[in-house]
Design a protein around this ligand. Structure first.
Ligand code: ZN
Length: 178
């Protein structure tokens, strides 16, 4: 399997609302292969989420996995999951700030306030409708990836632009030394 090439900030595909997938498309080999390759790519490039527009496909599909990466340690492992035609149906009023990065712009980071918990609905790769409550980092990943499917990138949501820093500085300040 190959690591898929990624689209980067500035590419118009990242600003488009992605197309909803039909039942028939969800069952297609094309979509199953795309999801598989996206999970492989996300893992190889040390990501916790990847949306289809980031690999040049403007469709409502993203993959997510909570796992340890080079710059992030997690208390809990989750996924990998494939989310299709996702919709956030409720947001907690409480928002918490947290640093985000993006596989479409790996050189910078910035602090984004996100709802601490959400309720989300999506279709999985088996075509089943799932309703899920998420909180903490898992909720943050949902919000980041679902934004991608609506043409929004995390830098749009940075409230304090003074928090923006390069990956190198981020690692210096925030990544715990082993
Ligand atoms: Zn992203």
């Amino acid at each position: 399997m190959n690591v898929l090439p990624r689209t980067e900030f500035g590419n118009p595909i990242l600003r488009k609302k992605a197309k909803t997938l039909t039942k028939k498309e969800i069952q297609s080999k094309k979509i199953k292969d795309l999801a598989k390759q996206m999970i492989y790519t996300m893992r190889r490039v040390q990501g916790v989420g990847l949306a289809a527009p980031q690999v040049g496909e403007s469709v409502q599909l993203a993959v997510m996995e909570m796992r340890k990466t080079k710059t992030r340690s997690v208390d809990e492992l989750k996924g990998p999951i494939v989310i299709i035609n996702p919709k956030i149906i409720s947001y907690s009023k409480k928002k918490i700030p947290g640093y985000e990065g993006c596989l479409s712009c790996m050189s910078i980071r910035g602090e984004v306030p996100r709802s601490e918990s959400i309720e989300v609905e999506y279709i999985n790769l088996e075509g089943e409708k799932i309703k899920e409550k998420a909180s903490g980092l898992w909720a943050r990943i949902f919000q980041h990836e679902i934004d991608h499917l609506n043409g929004i990138v995390y830098v749009d949501r940075i409230e304090d632009t003074k928090t923006i820093m390069t990956q190198k500085e981020f690692e210096k300040h925030f990544v715990k030394k082993k």
